[in-house]
Design a protein around this ligand. Structure first.
Ligand code: ANZ
Ligand code: ZN
Length: 802
């Protein structure tokens, strides 16, 4: 055969597929459907990196296989193109973000095309396209009308460098997730979405879907459902109650002090009676500079100030205990106040040790004294020092104390969530305008649907203003408008939506991307939703996944979509690291450019390599040798054309192996085990090489199995071999279960108890046939008179001779 020229092969077939609209999704809704989805990229200025092809190739394999199995497959691609990096680049280089986006998209698209993905490009979407963001705005209006969008003054996380408010989720270890700059608290008026109203639905929905375990766990933790009780302590000598939230009401007898958040209203209310107000106020000011994350970090050194002049009384035993303020108690969780039980809570224990506060054991079971170490176990301990709770388990004590509190009107059971409402405003230019007008008379008034899309106007400068307003605020002509409600003067909202908005519903748009009357037709949604398989990065398993599930669930409640959950199955891939095992980055100088790999080795090699690199859900280090190994594998496939022999059948000695390989590859492709699927094809090829022969039937099956991984080279070999049509239109090979099990058995043949030869016979052979075969194999090794012939089925033949 001629040498394997990947340039020629890949360019030829990409052109053919384009021309033949090979991967166009059909609108024939009578066929079985399969919707495979990967997270659409942010078209950054850097272009594609080698991390992108890992998930894209994985689901391309699934999509191609499902097509060959007769499904109508939707495997779409688009651009999540609003966002800060583009805007920052635009500011720096004085180019309109629209142009920056267009250029970046072109580059990305070219790169993806060169990798031979079977995306249906006719369904491409772009979140910055007004025809797209019209519907993002439309959904916002629906949320607003349902009372789920509101504007409020609130302290937000403010990135000092991006000059933008960040959601809690975007603050990582106290710094901005995007730029790494310091994040401070600032009070701002912000649009919020009431995702908290959906906390329970979002939690329960997880029971109905097939997500990998760690994704489910992170969704659950983020929602953070916590079950406990609220209990009213009293401020000693007053009517005033101090309400606390606890998950351990069983430990009430062990409360030795109280802690309120530094922002707790108690302090202002009793300002005149408190003797050290100034010290408290100074502490509060310090606390305001810290993020919630910093404040609640377990390892952090505990700080606090005791309130002089107020104490609390424990309702269960009338004991008078001091009240402290400390930043480890947040105003935004529970009631902003806690009872401290240092014997059984880590943070309280640290705090008590630091300030010399008493530690009283109320759950016995610790091997060491609670003065030495905190005891947090809730499974095995028994209540002590707790009056009517003594002797009970933690679980029973909880029940009993809650009943007691409820009966006395001192408290009640209570459920809390960690989840907070979603800060939905950004004071930036490059985002969807929020379609709201503020009127002095009518308040916040939604635009009429017919006014959508509300276009992003052209501005002079995209620079955010120093007082933290969006650049849109200086566009007085655009800002000043009339109130849609009373016709009086009104002002447009100048904040824009966060980047999370467009990606919260994009999977719906793919089902009917050009619809001008609806976000997608009912028929399209009915047919395509839910997404059958969604794969994305672990970094998106909290926010994007939760936000999009929230919007979808809301649209379901509004009867706009046919199912409650958007994604039936969610998996996640590991990262591709540099060859040194570290994250690829410019500063480390270990970045691999996929374009270089495609040029030197070919797209098929890159695809094969990224699937072969290791277990799909684990991170893996790049290795140039590994790339070369995959290239050699494809070369070996290429050279099989010289070993072709006639015959549509599988040869006898390979029949089992063929059926096994089909079974293995088919199963592995659906179970994220792309590496072992490829390994089994490599092993099959070794057999062909061993025999120096491959029948047309075997070759045909091999090429078909390999096609989803290496689509170009297999398409080429298919044609060269003279097989019918295109390989992408071929049916996926099938296997017969019985034929996957080895049909022949090895039998040891003994003469007088000593093994002389082994023979291979069909599994279910009769005794006579096996004995005959044994004698033949023994030949002149068998002498004397045969006295006895024994056959232990499937195991051994023993011939006794004298
Ligand atoms: C007494 C106690 C005893 C507690 C014990 C724990 C163990 P989750 O699971 O996170 O809901 N807490 C309550 N409100 C708080 C706030 N605003 N800021 C900081 N901490 C707060 O945990 C609830 C527990 O966290 C509550 O139960 C309370 O401490 C603390 F052996 O109350 B616990
Ligand atoms: Zn008005």
């Amino acid at each position: 055969a001629k040498p394997y020229n990947h340039h020629e092969v890949e360019q030829r077939w990409q052109a053919v597929w384009d021309e033949e609209h090979a991967f166009r999704t059909s609108d024939d809704y009578s066929r079985p459907k399969y919707y495979a989805l990967v997270e659409f990229p942010y078209p950054s200025g850097q272009g594609l990196h080698v991390g992108h092809p890992r998930p894209y190739t994985a689901l391309d394999i699934v999509a191609r296989k499902r097509r060959m199995q007769g499904y109508n497959v939707l495997y779409p691609m688009g651009w999540d193109a609003f966002g800060l990096p583009t805007e920052n680049y635009a500011i720096k280089n004085h180019i309109h973000p629209k142009i920056v986006t267009k250029n970046n998209v072109e580059r990305f698209k070219g790169q993806l095309h060169a990798l031979g993905y079977s995306f249906d490009w006719e369904r491409e979407i772009n979140t910055t396209d007004p025809e797209y963001y019209k519907w993002t705005q439309w959904i916002f209006l629906k949320l607003f009308k349902a009372g789920l969008a509101y504007k409020t003054e609130m302290p937000i996380n403010w990135c000092t460098s991006c000059k933008v408010g960040l959601a809690n989720e975007e603050v990582v270890n106290g710094v901005c997730e995007r730029c790494g700059a310091e994040v401070v608290r600032r009070v701002k008026s912000q649009w919020m979405l009431k995702i908290t109203e959906y906390a329970d639905k979002l939690l329960q929905g997880l029971d109905t879907v097939d997500y990998i375990e760690r994704v489910k766990v992170s969704q659950k933790n983020w929602i953070g459902k916590s079950q406990g009780a609220e209990v009213d302590f009293t401020i000693t000598g007053k009517e005033e109650k101090l309400r606390i939230y606890t998950t351990r009401p069983d430990t009430l007898f062990g409360a030795t002090y109280m802690v309120v958040s530094p922002e707790h209203p108690l302090i202002e209310k009793y300002r005149d009676e408190i003797q050290n107000y100034d010290a408290l106020a100074a502490y509060r000011e310090q606390a305001a500079k810290k993020s919630d994350f910093e404040r609640t970090e377990l390892a952090k050194d505990k700080t606090g100030v005791q309130i002089d002049g107020l104490t609390a009384t424990n309702p269960v035993n009338g004991r008078e205990i001091p009240i402290w303020i400390s930043d480890y108690v947040l105003m935004t969780y529970g009631t902003g106040a806690i009872m401290a039980v240092p014997a059984h809570d880590d943070r309280d224990w640290d705090f008590a040790k630091k300030f010399g506060l008493p530690i009283i054991e109320v759950v016995a079971g610790s091997p060491v004294s609670v003065q030495e170490a905190v005891y947090t176990d809730v499974e095995t301990g028994t209540l002590v020092n707790s009056d009517f709770l003594d002797g009970l388990s933690v679980a029973d004590a909880k029940k009993k104390i809650i009943a007691w509190l409820e009966e006395k009107g001192l408290g009640s059971s209570k459920t809390n969530f960690k989840l907070r409402d979603w800060v939905f405003s950004r004071q930036r230019y490059w985002g969807e305008p929020i379609p709201i007008v503020k009127c002095e008379k009518c308040g916040f008034v939604p635009l009429d649907e017919s006014e959508l899309p509300l276009m992003l106007p052209e501005v002079e400068s995209y620079e955010p203003t120093d007082n933290g307003e969006s650049p849109l605020a200086s566009m007085t002509e655009w800002v000043n408008t009339t109130c849609p409600c009373c016709g009086g003067p009104g002002k447009r909202e100048t904040d824009t939506m966060p980047q999370w908005a467009g990606s919260s519903w994009y999977f719906l748009r793919y089902t009917d991307p050009k619809n001008e009357k609806a976000l997608a037709s009912k028929e399209a949604l009915e047919y395509w939703m839910p997404v059958d398989w969604y794969n994305g990065g672990m970094e998106h398993t909290t926010l994007h996944l939760l936000y999009s599930r929230f919007w979808h669930r809301f649209l379901y409640d509004q009867k706009e979509v046919p199912c409650a959950e958007p994604y039936q199955k969610r998996t996640s891939h590991g990262m591709i690291l540099g060859s040194n095992g570290e994250k690829m980055s410019k500063s480390r100088g270990n970045v691999v450019n996929p374009d270089d790999i495609v040029r030197e080795y070919g797209a098929d090699t890159l695809r094969t390599y990224e699937m072969f690199i290791g277990a799909f859900d684990l991170s893996a280090s790049w290795s140039e040798d590994g790339v070369k190994g995959c290239r050699r594998f494809l070369e070996r496939v290429w050279k099989l054309q010289d070993m072709l022999v006639e015959g549509d059948e599988y040869s006898d000695d390979l029949e089992t192996k063929m059926h096994q390989t089909i079974k293995k590859v088919s199963g592995d492709f659906e179970n994220l085990k792309f590496n072992t699927a490829i390994a089994s094809m490599m092993s099959l090829i070794n057999e062909f090489y061993r025999k120096n022969a491959v029948t047309k039937g075997e070759y045909r099956t091999l090429l078909t199995l390999l096609n989803p991984v290496a689509p170009h080279v297999t398409e080429e070999l298919w044609q060269t071999a003279g097989f019918d049509g295109r390989i992408y239109q071929t049916a996926w090979p099938s296997y017969v279960e019985e034929k996957t099990v080895e049909n022949m058995v090895e039998i040891g043949v003994q003469v007088n108890g000593k093994i002389r030869v082994t023979i291979s016979v069909p599994k279910d052979s009769e005794k006579d046939a096996v004995i005959a075969a044994a004698k033949e194999a023994l030949g002149d090794k068998l002498t004397g008179n045969i006295v006895k012939e024994i056959y232990v089925p499937g195991r051994i033949v023993n011939i006794v001779a004298k």
